[in-house]
Write a protein that binds this ligand. Structure first.
Ligand SMILES: [Zn+2]
Length: 225
């Protein structure tokens, strides 16, 4: 088997994975119209697979996903890639442990982002998944690498796989695309719960040692071994 065939097979598999995972975003109410996207690193290669720009969720297929290099340049695909490709490519270049990135404008998370307020860690689920508060990254607009830089600098300071980019939306990362999707779903759920709690009063903080214990157990013990 030639090396080229090997790459092609891997890309085909990642195209299928990324196309399938996009269905989770509308399913959980995280996106409207064509906003939002999932991308994945092609394991073992300096490539990523991402959603095409401006194609509706119902029309996404493995074939119309776009393959880019880690500078965001199109390598394979008939469509233009998502306008978030540069930001996501920056994340893959600077965080080698990241295998998947998700971006949404999910409404409760954006309600926090629009105020530039981190979501405090006041539920065990937040401690489990995020290991502390869900942090806020800087205000940044498309056009240079400032979104990517803001994501990377904020996530490096945090255990959270999610960052709320101020006035914008959510970016999540994971060892693979599925875990980044999960973090995006959990982020919106935590944002909603804590928002609702705030309407009723002041949520009770969880002590740091308990946050650490919950996070450690969830990340290392919980689930099917
Ligand atoms: Zn956006």
């Amino acid at each position: 088997m030639s090396v080229v065939t090997d790459v092609d097979q891997t890309i085909r598999q990642v195209r299928r994975e990324v196309a399938t995972l996009h269905a989770e975003l509308p399913k959980y109410g995280l996106v409207v119209w064509t906003a939002g996207n999932v991308s994945a690193r092609v394991p073992g290669h300096d490539l990523l697979v991402i959603k095409p720009s401006g194609v509706s969720y119902d029309d996404l297929t493995p074939e119309n996903m776009v393959v880019c290099d880690l500078d965001g340049k199109v390598v394979e695909g008939e469509h233009a890639p998502s306008s978030d490709t540069e930001a996501q490519a920056y994340v893959y270049r600077h965080l080698p442990q990241v295998g998947g990135v998700v971006h949404t404008h999910s409404p409760y998370a954006v309600a926090w982002a629009a105020r530039g307020e981190a979501i405090p860690c006041v539920t065990t689920m937040c401690a489990d998944e995020f290991g502390g508060e869900i942090p806020v990254g800087p205000f940044a607009i498309i056009g240079d690498d400032s979104i990517g830089r803001g994501i990377v600098e904020t996530l490096r300071e945090s255990r959270s796989p999610a960052v709320l980019m101020q006035n914008h939306g959510v970016f999540t990362v994971g060892p693979n695309a599925k875990s980044a999707v999960k973090a995006a779903v959990m982020c919106e759920d935590v944002a909603r719960s804590v928002h609702l709690s705030r309407q009723l009063g002041q949520p009770i903080p969880i002590a740091q040692p308990s946050i650490d214990a919950l996070h450690d157990r969830y990340q290392n013990v919980y689930g099917q071994r």
